[in-house]
Design a protein around this ligand. Sequence first.
Ligand code: IPM
Ligand code: MG
Length: 370
Amino acid sequence: MTTYRICLLPGDGIGPEITAEAVKVLGIIGERFGATFEFSEALLGGAAIDATGTALPDDTLEAAHAADAVLLAAIGGPRWDTTDPEKPRPEQGLLGIRKALGLYANLRPVKIFDALKDASSLKPEYLEGVDMLIVRELTGGLYFGARARETGVPGAATGGGPGMRAYDTLDYREFEIERIARTAFEAARTRRGRVHSVDKANVLESSRLWREVVHRLHAAEFSDVELVDQLVDNSAMQLIRTPAQFDVMVTENMFGDILSDEASMLTGSLGMLASASLGDGTALYEPSHGSAPDIAGRGIANPLAMLLSVELMLRYSFSMHDAADALASAIEGVLAGGWRTRDIADATTLPQKTVGTTAMGDLVVERLRA
Ligand code: IPM
Ligand code: MG
């Protein structure tokens, strides 16, 4: 029997609650598909700041490196919110671990569950044929370029005196653009064969380089894939206007952050969007949503994005495709049965079918057992 080591990073807010559901579901998957999952657990984000003073302790990085895959829930919360650049922030843990593991490719599948068509903020007819994959560059761009805050800058204050100035830099090197474009083109070949490359080439130099590199790679190796350039503001509009036009969308780190939250609403809830972060070594899986501090500890969080992230882990890291398919159809079955967590419930949801985090996990387990 194969043993897979999974490093759990429950993090903050609803993180521990949805992690428990993932562990529960992996238990039954192991039984049914003949694998053993061994778990280690480490601190990240606010929980790590409280315990150690830093958002990404060395032990956490070691545990992540030692594992076959990392499963991260969510980090952050108002408790650690600060604009003081000297204070540690939970997000440093997340960005730090992405960078340290070299996870440059963040894949966010946007898949519509038939049963949830009415939960979407778009009318159901707009969702016909929607099945897209957002490929977000994850270790470069605006998130990782030079940034600073300067004080005493002449003319910076209101009124013209010395004041503060801050900047963040959108910085890309050729190889970073090329490897993420390759990920996108390769993914498109296994799907509907279309890539939208999203940039702001009418304004940004980094986007002009992005476009050049994407087209060069396309001409050299992927001319069988359809390539469409799209400006990011237009993409934001197109996502709502005709979302079915998209197959694979590849884009800069922050553009991808913003567009994936937008795209999640097609599925009805940010609580439905999974993600896989891949690089050259250990991969990391995490829901695209945050730590939802407003509902933390109340047992009502939607664990499905976490479970869909487990599905991606089974596929990409363990090549357990049958198990991944079984998990996907278990989730589909539960939704088709009318079961909803609060975020995806609507006027047609029966009150007795509106369930909490643990019950939703149990329903998925039940279907996996059947
Ligand atoms: C995400 C999140 C993170 C990001 C935050 C929590 C730093 O929004 O994974 O999309 O911006 O990457
Ligand atoms: Mg985000």
